[in-house]
Ligand binder design. Structure first.
Ligand SMILES: Nc1ncnc2c1ncn2[C@@H]1O[C@H](COP(=O)(O)OP(=O)(O)OP(=O)(O)O)[C@@H](O)[C@H]1O
Length: 335
């Protein structure tokens, strides 16, 4: 349903042009969840904002970027070519692709009731009358587990608790009936019990509505619970891709291995967690060769610091960018 090829995003800044996302390719199948995982600053949010053309004015996509989306009525849309302020763009945002964020107040206006905002979204994208839209909004609030929805619908966002606002934001995004939902760290700010409830809820809704999802997080533990496929991002490139269970069982990239070691478990409660050492460099100081070599415990001198790894297929359905998986006969010939 969505195919992203060679996505590169640059920003014009006071310090010159920076390219925090470089040559990213992935796809999302209808009804499936892709987890996009990586540390803060790896480029997860701007990658998904590009899919909805929500990047700020100083952002440019490279001419090689191709983003193809198959709409609900089967039409193929070349997202990178859509004109700003066009009808096509209005239909794409919300109606085809919905988005939810870590902070619900980013989705809600504080000056309108939850219901008013949902009714407006439903009328815009589903073209129904006010009464029908209100009924649908109440139904959606009930679906996300808000009790007494017929009364709560008239509350303002600030009148709800954090967990409830998060549910209301999910209801708002879903009320437009998107075929693809982008969820950007929607559970990070919640405490663990509510986090687990919201994850369960999202999985359930996805199954009921047959919706596809891109789930962004820095936490591979969350990915394990929710995603069919995972793409691991580091400094603007995808370093590893594959079916979630395969990647978690047998991570190929040292960065993925580091992220997995950083997940706390009951057995290791008394051990020190081993997070990936060091910090992710800024896109203005992108290391030469493999971008991860400055933090990699297995970096090969004179190769990883010099040559950019190409994407390799270490097993069917898997992809990794790492010289450790280069086959001898391929001759390490990438530039
Ligand atoms: N408007 C902007 N102008 C210039 N650079 C930007 C802009 N927005 C983002 N960037 C750059 O893009 C990089 C990636 O940002 P992005 O928000 O996608 O990271 P992320 O992986 O989603 O991190 P987080 O988990 O903190 O949201 C940032 O480190 C920053 O250098």
């Amino acid at each position: 349903m969505l195919n992203v090829e060679n996505l590169s995003i640059s920003f014009g800044t006071d310090e010159g042009l920076i390219t925090p996302v470089q040559g990213v390719s992935f796809w999302v199948e209808a009804g499936k969840t892709l987890g996009l995982v990586g540390e803060s600053g790896s480029g997860k949010s701007i990658t998904t904002k590009a899919l909805m053309r929500l990047l700020p004015g100083n952002a440019h996509l490279s001419p090689e970027t191709r983003i193809t989306y198959r709409s609900k009525n089967g039409k193929e849309i070349e997202v990178e070519k859509i004109k700003p302020r066009s009808r096509e763009l209005r239909a794409l945002r919300g109606g085809e692709i919905g988005m939810i964020f870590q902070e619900p107040m980013a989705s809600f206006s504080p000056v309108y009731s939850i219901g008013n905002q949902m009714i407006e979204a439903i009328r815009l994208h589903r073209g129904c009358g006010k009464r029908e839209a209100r009924e649908l909004a109440v139904e959606m609030l009930q679906k996300v587990g808000i009790s007494n929805a017929a009364v709560r619908i008239d509350q303002y966002p600030h009148e709800m608790s954090g967990g409830m606002r998060q549910r209301a934001m999910i209801a708002l995004a879903l009320s437009a009936g998107p075929a693809l939902l982008i969820a950007d760290e929607p559970t990070t700010a919640l405490d663990v019990t509510i986090q687990a409830q919201v994850l369960d809820l999202m999985r359930e809704l996805q199954r009921d509505l047959g919706m596809a999802m891109i789930f962004i997080t820095h936490d591979l533990g969350v990915i394990a619970q929710i995603a069919d496929e995972v793409a691991v991002m580091y400094l603007g490139t995808i370093v590893e891709r594959g079916a979630t269970r395969d990647v978690i069982r047998d991570p190929k990239h040292p960065y993925t291995q580091g992220l997995l070691k950083a997940i706390p478990s009951l057995e290791t409660l008394h051990d020190r967690l081993s997070p990936v050492p060091g910090d992710i460099p800024s896109p203005t100081e992108r290391p030469s060769g493999c971008p991860f070599h400055t933090r990699c415990p297995d970096a090969i001198n004179n190769i990883c610091n010099v040559r950019t790894p190409v994407e390799l297929t270490p097993a069917p359905g898997r992809a990794v960018r790492c010289w450790l998986h280069d086959e001898p006969k391929s001759g390490r010939s990438a530039a």
